[in-house]
Design a protein around this ligand. Structure first.
Ligand code: FAD
Length: 383
């Protein structure tokens, strides 16, 4: 792109999706100003995040390929060939994701991936990353965005050529759109929350490798995803009222003893108690809105479509937003106004569908995986 005509895109949020979008836009020849309210996660001792690791699918692989990072990410991840279902007696059953072509999901560290995407920007002179800068307002008519520099306690504004908002499920840009524009919006908090437990590498080698483990228990479930160091990140999803009933260590151990005895045998009681009582269970939100654009502003990632995590597709769908955006810019010769309109048209149906599927898949994972499918039952009955 001719430097004099080079357009500036402001990207809000240096999470997974904003960082990927910044790399893609810089590769296309845009000048990128990236704003993140937190400090640089590469300098943080423990970066706060929602889940320690994530299941990465083909949607994300396609997007990472655009910036040449697919192989590096896969090398740092653990393939999961299928689900390993644990019943209440500790019996297990492996259910492959794809027994024909061997496709699988990959478990990747959220921190590693986010840091890698940020590090990748350091090699690009056209990207400026502004940490500790919180977006506080947006004017869609004047194309103006206003920030608070958290360290200096100062406000500042700028007028980029266009804005990509990847500022997460509680997006400020989306909130401003809701107040000032015609945008449809709905959000749902489900009655279930989650806590993360750990199975350290000393005990993790006893788990069957290369699987996403599930302990389905009807109205709730526990899952475990592998980490590269041999440890596992274990997530318990349950109704809040059930969490609230487990007030003491004795009650917790007795609950695990009857509900997840094989897991309790793998870990230590002290580790379980420490993990469980460390934090309150976290809530789960699903957000739908449309359109995703307003003049020269576009919502992507969780800002456009936060979903419950049961389909493991939140980040994957956000990465897919980035590859679709890139394809549309190709197809429409970087005519941004047209591209943003087309993005909304193209994305609406798929995004709504994946939010619904994510909600449905909780029932599938916590309950239906243990049952014979209707079709199979029917064919058995007919023989
Ligand atoms: P975020 O990760 O929320 O990033 C937004 C960024 O914007 C943050 O860095 C934030 O600090 C910054 N920001 C926010 N407001 C402002 C502001 N005003 N100004 C400047 N910066 C701002 N997805 C999968 O694909 N696979 C999985 O296996 C999976 N597992 C999950 C498990 C759990 C328990 C949960 C809760 C989610 C899971 N997800 C999974 C979903 C995934 O975490 C999200 O979809 C993904 O993180 C969305 O990325 P994002 O960049 O859009 O938003």
């Amino acid at each position: 792109m001719d430097k004099d005509k080079q357009k500036t895109v402001a990207i809000i949020g240096a999470g997974l999706v904003g960082s990927l979008a910044a790399n893609i836009m810089a590769n296309r020849g845009y000048r990128v100003e990236l704003f993140e309210k937190r400090q640089d996660i590469r300098k943080m001792k423990v970066a706060k995040g929602r889940s320690i690791n994530l299941a990465l699918s083909n949607r994300a692989r396609v997007a990472l390929r655009i910036i040449g990072l697919e192989d590096e990410v896969l090398k740092a991840s653990t393939p999961m060939k299928g689900r390993l279902i644990h019943d209440v007696n500790g019996n297990t059953k492996s259910v492959p994701y794809d027994s024909i072509n061997g496709q699988c999901l990959y478990s990747i560290s959220r921190n590693f991936l986010n840091k890698l995407l940020i590090q990748e920007m350091e090699n690009k002179s056209d990207i400026k990353i502004n940490f500790n800068c919180k977006l506080v307002d947006a004017d869609f008519t004047d194309q103006k965005i206003t920030f608070l520099n958290i360290e200096k306690s100062e406000h500042f504004s700028l007028n980029p050529d266009f804005v990509i908002a990847a500022d997460g499920a509680h997006s400020v840009i989306r909130r401003v759109m809701q107040h000032r524009c015609k945008i449809n919006y709905s959000q749902t908090f489900i009655d279930h929350g989650y806590i993360e437990l750990t199975l350290d590498s000393n005990h993790g080698h006893l788990m069957v490798p290369n699987h996403l483990h599930i302990w389905p228990r009807g109205t709730f479930m526990m899952i475990a995803l592998p980490n590269l160091d041999g440890s596992w990140t274990v997530t318990l999803f349950m109704p809040f009222e059930k969490f609230n009933a487990l007030k003491t260590s004795d009650k917790l151990l007795s609950f695990f003893n009857t509900t997840f005895p094989d897991f309790l045998a793998l870990t230590t009681s002290s580790q379980l108690i420490k993990d469980f009582f460390r934090k309150q269970p976290l809530p789960l939100i699903s957000v739908k809105c449309e359109p995703y654009h307003q003049k020269r502003f576009l919502l992507i990632g969780d800002a456009a479509h936060a979903m419950v995590p049961f389909y493991g597709q939140g980040m994957n769908a956000g990465f897919e937003d980035c590859s679709i955006l890139s394809n549309l810019l190709d197809r429409h010769c970087d005519n941004v106004d047209l591209v943003f309109e087309r993005f909304t048209e193209l994305r609406r149906k798929d995004v709504f569908a994946i939010c619904d599927l994510a909600m449905y898949n909780y029932e599938e994972m916590r309950d239906l995986v243990t049952k014979t499918s209707y079709r199979l039952r029917k064919s058995v009955d007919e023989t």
